[in-house]
Write a protein that binds this ligand. Structure first.
Ligand SMILES: Cc1cc2nc3c(=O)[nH]c(=O)nc-3n(C[C@H](O)[C@H](O)[C@H](O)COP(=O)(O)OP(=O)(O)OC[C@H]3O[C@@H](n4cnc5c(N)ncnc54)[C@H](O)[C@@H]3O)c2cc1C
Length: 290
């Protein structure tokens, strides 16, 4: 591991001042579950590590009108216990239960999960299906909003600039009290939670009168260099009534949305087969009560 300076600012202003100086290569440290592994493996060689984990005011899950706002330093364990998420964005609770193990969940933050840009990121896939966006701030104190779907460019590459920090995640108003919102998250890993997924699927449906699909968002993880939307599946689902034959059709059509890779964890063929199976499982779960 290379030598580096370490600082732990108490305010965001201090963080922005440090990362605004391009002459010293910096890395932000939140929960450190990715960063420390990468430092140890010499994959990154920062001159200064800026520990943002002690910043006050960036760890919360709250309602803002009909929207849900989540501070970027909120750890994944909070997702598993949040009553608000359990009522209004259940899919996040569902995916967080399948995230690593309790020790990692206690440290891993949502901001770190998004900024790390793994195609398998367990929090990112459901957030894309929820239509969520991030808010960021840069060293000039300029804020911007980026839909999470657009944030990812490639494995470990995002739209974020070197002097930009994710501050908040916003989940849009889904439909009033969200009574008609149904969702499911399915993850296939080599050993379920502790393993990085081979394929993951997040489905969020807005239903009218119980079964008519007003709107559908479907996201897939680990199937491409970044998380993707399955727009062909969405188009099959939209403005139809949820039924067994629609589920079969959706599972077939997902093959038009994906062009998976073969890697050490699975072959492309296996990923294709599993994508179909997970789409089917998720939709069946929703049909049985979501
Ligand atoms: C054993 C193990 C199991 C794991 N299992 C899973 C799993 O099941 N599912 C899964 O999705 N992930 C898993 N991970 C990966 C990791 O835990 C998550 O991606 C975690 O959410 C990263 O968050 P962190 O706070 O630890 O980020 P850090 O490691 O602190 O940072 C990660 C990257 O994000 C940047 N960053 C952090 N916060 C911000 C911010 N607010 N703004 C801008 N950039 C920022 C850092 O500079 C760094 O480049 C696992 C990791 C380990 C070690």
């Amino acid at each position: 591991m290379v030598e580096f300076d370490y600082i732990a600012p108490k305010t965001m202003d201090e963080v922005l001042e440090v990362i605004g100086k391009p002459e010293r290569k910096n890395s932000l440290l939140a929960g450190g579950t990715n960063l420390i592994v990468n430092l140890r493996a010499n994959k990154i060689k920062p001159e200064i590590v800026v520990d943002i984990s002690r910043l006050a005011d960036f760890s919360y899950i709250r309602k803002d009108g009909e929207k849900i706002k989540i501070g970027s330093l909120t750890n994944i364990s909070e997702f598993t216990t949040s009553e608000l998420l359990n009522h209004q964005a259940k899919i996040l609770r569902e995916s967080s239960i399948q995230f690593a193990n309790p020790l990692i969940r206690n440290k891993a933050t949502i901001g770190g999960n998004l900024a790390d840009a793994s195609p398998a990121a367990d929090a990112a896939i459901p957030l894309i299906a929820l239509g969520a966006k991030v808010e960021t701030i840069d060293s000039n104190h300029k804020k911007r909003e980026i839909p999470i779907e657009e944030l990812f460019l490639a494995p470990n590459k995002t739209l974020l600039k070197k002097d930009e920090v994710i501050t908040e995640i916003e989940i849009p108003s889904l439909n009033g009290n969200n009574g008609n919102l149904k969702s499911a998250y399915e993850k296939l890993g080599l050993r379920n939670a502790m393993a990085i997924s081979i394929v993951s699927v997040a489905i969020v449906l807005k239903l009218k009168d119980g079964k008519y699909i007003d709107d559908a968002k479907v996201a897939l993880g680990s199937i491409a260099p970044k998380p993707i939307r399955a727009r062909n599946v969405e188009n099959v689902l939209k403005e139809e009534t949820l039924s067994q034959s629609l589920i079969e059709k959706s599972a077939e059509v997902v093959l038009d949305d994906i062009n998976p890779i073969t890697d050490v964890r699975a072959s492309a063929d296996y990923r294709r087969m599993m994508s179909k199976a997970l789409i089917k499982n998720a939709l069946n779960k929703i049909m049985l009560g979501g």
